[in-house]
Design a protein around this ligand. Structure first.
Ligand SMILES: [Cu+2]
Ligand SMILES: [Zn+2]
Length: 191
């Protein structure tokens, strides 16, 4: 279960990530969807503690590579933190109710560059000394269109580092042992 906090995942002060987990905080601001011809505005989910930020998913045409950009604050400094799309756009019990990694093709967990991966596997986000992260990810599997669209699902930022399926244990092939869920938000359509 990647809802469990695993302190050994974190090189940062335990209290920070433990509080993030206990709070079940969902603090990631999301999400813009930007179809080719439509101007957009954010659909936002915001908690009241810890990490925050905005993630934007843009796909210019069905089947095109998606671009995922983000600006997050309040992460552990100089850390790699797991970043995934989870199945359920349900934050009724905080990030815990977002379910497991989006995996409609029944693959094992892996790195974004692996042949076998969950569609939702986006690897790790790197934070700087201030605990901020700015990133741009391009991906060929994640889509905003078609039967495997991620619209309505959740993005989750973890409290630990994703081992990308290389952890030599069963959980590594399910969750990457990425630890608790520090922040999350629902992928919505913006105008
Ligand atoms: Cu995850
Ligand atoms: Zn996964």
């Amino acid at each position: 279960m990647d809802a469990l906090y695993k302190p050994r995942q974190s090189k940062q002060p335990i209290v920070v990530t433990a509080l993030a987990t206990l709070a079940g905080a969902f603090l990631l601001w999301l999400v813009f969807l930007r179809p080719a011809s439509t101007p957009t505005a954010p659909v936002v989910t915001k908690g009241d503690y810890g990490a925050s930020g905005t993630v934007t998913l843009t796909q210019t045409a069905p089947g095109a590579k998606i671009t995922i950009t983000g600006e997050l604050q309040g992460l552990d400094p100089r850390a790699e933190r797991g970043f995934h799309i989870h199945t359920a756009g349900d934050l009724s019990s905080g990030c815990a109710s977002a379910g497991s990694h989006f995996n409609p093709l029944g693959q094992t967990h892996g790195a974004p560059t692996d042949a076998s991966r969950h569609i939702g596997d986006l690897g790790n986000i790197q934070s700087d000394a201030q605990g901020e992260a700015k990133f741009t990810i391009e991906d060929s599997l994640v889509s905003l269109n078609g039967p495997l669209s991620v619209v309505g699902r959740a993005i989750v930022l973890h409290a630990g580092t994703d081992d990308l399926g290389k952890g030599n244990n069963e959980e590594s092939l399910k969750t990457g042992n990425a630890g608790g869920r520090a922040a999350c938000g629902i992928i919505g359509i913006s105008q």
